[in-house]
Design a binder for this molecule. Sequence first.
Ligand SMILES: Nc1ncnc2c1ncn2[C@@H]1O[C@H](COP(=O)(O)OP(=O)(O)OP(=O)(O)O)[C@@H](O)[C@H]1O
Length: 300
Amino acid sequence: MTEKANPNFETHLNKMTTALSILELSKSYKTKTNGVKLAVNQISLECAPGETFGFIGPNGAGKSTTIKILTGVIQPDSGHAYIFGKDIRNPQSRQGVGYVPENPYLNDSLTPFDILSCTLQIHGSKPEQPAKHIMHWLEELDIAQVSKKKIRSFSKGMTQRTAIAQALCINPKLLILDEPLSGLDPIGRRDVIQLLNKYKEQGGSIFMTSHVLYDIEQLADNVGFIKDGQLTINPLANNQQTLRVKTRGIQALSGAQQTSHNIWERTIDQQGLSTYVAHATTLHHTLIEITPENRLSSLF
Ligand SMILES: Nc1ncnc2c1ncn2[C@@H]1O[C@H](COP(=O)(O)OP(=O)(O)OP(=O)(O)O)[C@@H](O)[C@H]1O
């Protein structure tokens, strides 16, 4: 596509400074009953360099469809997207972009070492000592010991680790991650979150989906909530933090639920906290804990 053919050319020029920008992107599918399903409905968003954008929404909301468009797997019906100012219709835009798909498919006759080696070549990435560089990333993902084993013998978690090493080894200018933590055990999840935070600290940009909202809250600077193909940016921006208060006592507390014997829990906003705790104390309750509620979960 030429610049002149793009009706949003002026906006496009402004987007040269963003890691990712999406402008009124739409995609529909034909349904089995000859109908049309609008999977992505005129969505627009921006992810600045060095920013992590969390892209969340329920099953079937349009997340993977958006990611497939960005990664060139499918074409949009209309709209535009740019990676560091390059139109995604140009495959060059994806040079230097690390991608972890949902359920990564890796050629199972290859080894992690082969896969990272091919990936470096495809992206024109030329580390000084390629073998050492590859082993560094396999060590970071804790799969160095199986670097020469074929993927076909791997568990889901090991395959996922290989896909993440593959995305990171090119020193990516942008990471596009579709459920990157799925299939990982708790230690693996913690390690990968640490790696992603390190990548962020070094100025990396991330566009990611996750059903684990806690992970998004840990990593994302901005959040987009998509439902039925429609996107809301930072849906909780003006909401107050809510808190979960747990107390122990015999008497019932108004608004609280008894979750086990003599244990009472209630979600409350910050403003109401002191009154509620004072009320609980009057009724001889002991405060057990106050924890921040996962605010994003309230969107679902
Ligand atoms: N190839 C396809 N053909 C027809 N419909 C499709 C196709 N791919 C996705 N859809 C439909 O488009 C909508 C969006 O699907 P998509 O996979 O983008 O959702 P998602 O947000 O990634 O969901 P999940 O969280 O379950 O992965 C859904 O209604 C889905 O059934």
